[in-house]
Design a protein around this ligand. Structure first.
Ligand SMILES: Nc1ncnc2c1ncn2[C@@H]1O[C@H](COP(=O)(O)OP(=O)(O)OP(=O)(O)O)[C@@H](O)[C@H]1O
Length: 262
């Protein structure tokens, strides 16, 4: 049975590098995402436990844009799904601000209504809002991702990056506190890639403390991040300063290329 155990009070923790020279010390309550010693295993038909995540601890301050990187199969999507509540951890402590929203790699799985406006409004049905409130939330969310002028456009006329931005607007319209984004730019060209990253950044800037965690394979995207996490083999190897992680991954790639060439 899956269980989430509390592993004790989290002491005062120093913030990770944020690019903000004023950032000093952050209490555990200021973290939008805070987990300690998370593990996740799956059971084979023969009853054998296969560990996927092991002893993962991470803390992401509220209002920041963080990236999660690592080689194929290291556990990034599994960790993101646990943070999004789509999977239960096998053990460890987990706290994620709510509501939280998950945006998937393929926007065609998420952007399903005929027009942009209808799609962003789709998730608001559960909130018992007036028509005016829905209109205002949709407009604000689309504006924050730079898509307001597309309000009345049919979704099938949008590019991949524009659909991603509509999917993000849908999450923002629901006033999510944590946005979990899984490899959104994998199939996008460079223009759309930067457009989607900028849309996330500007939506965080215009929100009240929304936090985003962005899974990517693209090292060059780290320049937009307030902080980053690097995983290998189901474990978190490094977290904090995005520049430090860029250096670490570049050094690893250089050593790999050297090995191949030797
Ligand atoms: N339900 C499952 N049963 C068996 N193995 C699983 C299951 N879910 C994940 N895995 C394995 O766990 C590992 C981590 O998978 P995950 O999709 O989280 O990695 P990832 O870092 O997101 O990979 P990628 O970069 O390729 O998307 C992989 O080896 C995967 O095959």
């Amino acid at each position: 049975m899956n269980s989430i155990a509390l592993v004790g009070a989290v002491p005062l923790l120093r913030t990770h590098s944020t690019g903000n020279p004023c950032a000093a010390v952050t209490t555990a309550e200021n973290f939008a995402i805070d987990c300690r010693n998370l593990s996740y295993s799956v059971k084979t038909r023969q009853g054998k436990l296969i560990p996927i995540l092991d002893d993962c601890s991470l803390s992401i301050p509220s209002g920041q844009f963080w990236m999660l990187l690592g080689p194929n199969g290291c556990g990034k999507s599994t960790l993101l799904k646990i943070l999004g509540g789509l999977l239960n951890p096998s053990g460890g402590f987990l706290r994620v601000n709510k509501p939280r929203s998950f945006v998937f790699q393929n926007p065609d799985h998420q952007v399903v209504m005929p027009t942009v406006e209808a799609d962003v409004a789709f998730g608001l049905g559960k909130f018992n809002l007036t028509d005016n409130e829905v209109t205002s939330r949709v407009a604000k969310a689309l504006d924050s991702v730079g898509m307001y002028e597309y309000l009345r456009k049919p979704v099938q006329t949008l590019s991949g990056g524009q659909k991603q931005r509509v999917a993000i607007a849908g999450a923002l319209a629901e006033a999510c506190k944590v946005l979990l984004l899984d490899e959104l730019t994998s199939f996008l060209d460079e223009n759309d890639q930067v457009g989607v990253i900028r849309a996330v950044k500007s939506s965080l800037a215009s929100s009240k403390g929304t936090t985003a965690l962005w899974v990517t394979h693209r090292l060059e995207e780290l320049e937009y991040a307030d902080g980053a996490i690097y995983m290998e083999n189901g474990r978190i190897v490094l977290q904090g300063n995005a520049l430090r992680i860029t250096d670490f991954v570049e050094a690893q790639q250089a050593s790999y290329i050297k090995q191949i060439n030797s």
